[in-house]
Ligand binder design. Structure first.
Ligand SMILES: [Zn+2]
Length: 326
């Protein structure tokens, strides 16, 4: 039988700090089976990879059979597509350079592609989401974890010489600004992310404004959005400031790249109605004049719980087919 006809499925794996999600996906982005387990249970990466491979093989054998799997795509924090390694992921238990793609390939006998969250998210948008049919676009992920981005130029992801292009979260927007987890000060991520929004609420309260959020313990974007619904002016102002800061930074980004669209993704976009008008207004007033009104800023239509695993599966099609047991 023709191998190309048989191998019509891929496996997508999304590795995040707390959960690992793995799924069998068909060529149209249909998820045939999906499972999760706790990443944080495995402090030893060899043990983690062994368990992940056992689980993948069990799922594959149960649903479609090993011989129908073409390749595997993996999304990991600080993943480098060029080297196939996870490199110095600050929020993961495994330190240094971890050659995750090679480790999985050796155990599964299949080719493995690996990318970071932002790269994988952009691949998902192009294959199944808001960037379908576009060649030049930027995907920006705004989430509890921070702020990342990926640039597609002429239909290809621009990864950069070292594989780290698009580190939008760590551009400096205020000299001597807020302390960032990367060690620098004034990074955009400390303003335009879930953490940044919470810091902005605290800052406005410190300016002497009264708010229902003042005496709340741990704040989340969800709690702040609920306060917005109830008319809390500090909560509303915090989202507006976030929108203006992000809009200004995106105008700079778009002036450099000249994209057809900017797609916003990540869990923070659930509350985008509180910041979008300020974001777009600041964006349009700061972008290079010849690009005014030309860049479509839109929210991803993909489901937050499925985007990463779908993107990982789409990434799997980028590597050449290879099977140890063919
Ligand atoms: Zn930083």
């Amino acid at each position: 039988m023709n191998e190309n006809i048989i191998k019509r499925h891929v496996v997508g794996v999304d590795v995040s700090t707390d959960l690992t999600t793995y799924a069998i996906v068909d060529m149209q982005g249909g998820i045939l089976a999906k499972e999760t387990f706790a990443t944080s249970d495995y402090l030893n990466v060899n043990e983690y990879v062994s368990v992940l491979c056992e689980k993948i093989i069990a799922l594959v054998e149960q649903h479609v059979g090993y011989e129908s799997i073409r390749s595997v795509g993996v999304s990991v924090p600080s993943g480098n597509f060029i080297t196939g390694s996870m490199e110095n992921a600050s929020n993961m238990p495994w330190k240094g350079h971890v050659p995750l793609a090679a480790m999985l390939r050796d155990r599964l006998g299949l080719s493995v592609a690996l990318g970071n969250d932002a790269h994988v998210t952009a691949v998902a948008e192009r294959a199944f989401g808001a960037a379908h049919g576009l060649s030049n676009f930027i995907v920006v992920t705004i989430s509890h974890g921070g702020l990342g981005s990926c640039i597609f130029l002429d239909g290809h992801p621009h990864l950069g010489a070292e594989g780290f292009a698009g580190e939008f979260g760590h551009i400096c927007i205020y000299e001597d600004g807020r302390q960032c987890s990367c060690g620098h000060r004034g990074c955009l991520e400390e303003y335009a992310s879930a953490r940044g929004l919470v810091r902005t609420v605290r800052e406005i309260v410190e300016e002497g404004r009264d708010s229902s959020l003042k005496d709340k313990g741990e704040l989340t974007p969800q709690l702040i959005a609920i306060a917005c619904e109830q008319g809390d002016e500090v909560a509303i102002e915090a989202f507006k400031r976030t929108g203006r800061i992000l809009g200004g930074a995106l105008a700079t980004y778009a002036s450099l790249v000249d994209p057809e669209a900017i797609i916003l993704t990540g869990d923070m976009t659930a509350y985008s109605k509180w910041m979008m008008s300020d974001l777009k207004e600041t964006f349009e007033s700061n972008i290079f004049q010849n690009l005014k009104g030309k860049v479509n800023i839109t929210i991803s239509p993909l489901n937050n719980g499925e985007r990463d695993v779908l993107g990982a599966s789409a990434l799997a099609w980028y590597v050449k087919e290879y099977s140890l047991f063919k």
